[in-house]
Design a protein around this ligand. Sequence first.
Ligand code: NAD
Ligand code: UDP
Length: 347
Amino acid sequence: MRVISSRAKDGPSAGARPHTVLVAGAAGFIGSHLVDRLLDDGFRVIGVDNFITGRPGNIAHLNREPRFRFIEHDITKPLAIKAKIDWVMHFASPASPPKYLRWPLETLLANSIGTHHLLELTRRNGAQFLLASTSEVYGDALEHPQTERYWGNVNPTGPRSVYDEGKRYSEAMTMSYHREHGLPVRVVRIFNTYGARMDPYDGRVVTNFVRQALTDEPLTVYGDGTQTRSLQHVSDLVEGIARLMQIDYPHPLNLGNPEEYSVLDIAKMVLKQLRSASSIVFEPLPTDDPTRRRPDIRKAQELLDWKPRVHAADGIADVAASLATVLAGKSRRKGGATAGARAPNRS
Ligand code: NAD
Ligand code: UDP
């Protein structure tokens, strides 16, 4: 049961104009789940996306939703919206390492010029701004677990810098708008998040392992698999964001699941959960791959009365169901609809 509802303070109330949220990156994995939650909570939503990594199938179920409007647009170009906007949420950036390495300049521009355009849109509307930042701002962290006070250990010119430094720039610009213009902002540092609607071929660890297990291919562990990640189900992230909208907290906030697994353990967990007989093969570790990652979420717990509830083993079943649908659709017609979100078993 939700302790805090988005209707409680800032959401629409009976008789009032429903508040309008612009979600940039609405056709992406997280963006589409956020749109669903905002609509559930009574908001009007304007989705913006250029489909560089997102998919129309992620928002196809909203075709007949009167409170949802979609604009195909690249946020690196200025955005003119006639409707009054109350919130701008910036989720528009490639997020998977193979994707941002494939689109390095687009990633830098979405997180620099794109962020600037969205902040200006927010300022002109007297609206509030929420930035989807990332644990990657901590880089190959030398402190463990990572608190919001840690400044990070980022290679500023390596291949991953397009994403890491792009997000650090995005945070810097967001905080500058807050200081210079008094803009109400939220900055969410999202740790590895997974769930239904992920692109089976996005190259991230959960999608790769689940897809490989479903198709009886070997699971590709990079390096020796001792590097760690903490996996957060998208339903927990969206709950945290909905709660953050209710409080005035303009500083970076970690949202992630502190359960930490080695990549090799994630591979074994996927094999066990999916009862797969696939083998594990070891491949070279990508450049600057962070060694350990685990969020310190005490701040979010204290401020939001929030904690992640979905265990990775349950969440993996959720991803498997979604990917199986997409892969079956692809093999039938070389296209694919995506399964909707559901929160798997919670603790
Ligand atoms: P995603 O690739 O599924 O979604 C990103 C969406 O943004 C896509 O639909 C893409 O087409 C769109 N987009 C990218 N550039 C754009 C542009 N210039 N104009 C308009 N639309 C554009 O990735 P995701 O996992 O859903 O990530 C969403 C956001 O959350 C990103 O900002 C990402 O950095 C952040 N994040 C995600 C994770 C995670 O584990 N999934 C972790 C940390 C941060
Ligand atoms: N990884 C892996 N095999 C894969 C995909 C990823 O071993 O097929 C590793 C990757 O090297 C990293 C971790 O899994 O150590 C998480 O990778 P992901 O791309 O999901 O996200 P990151 O946290 O690196 O942004």
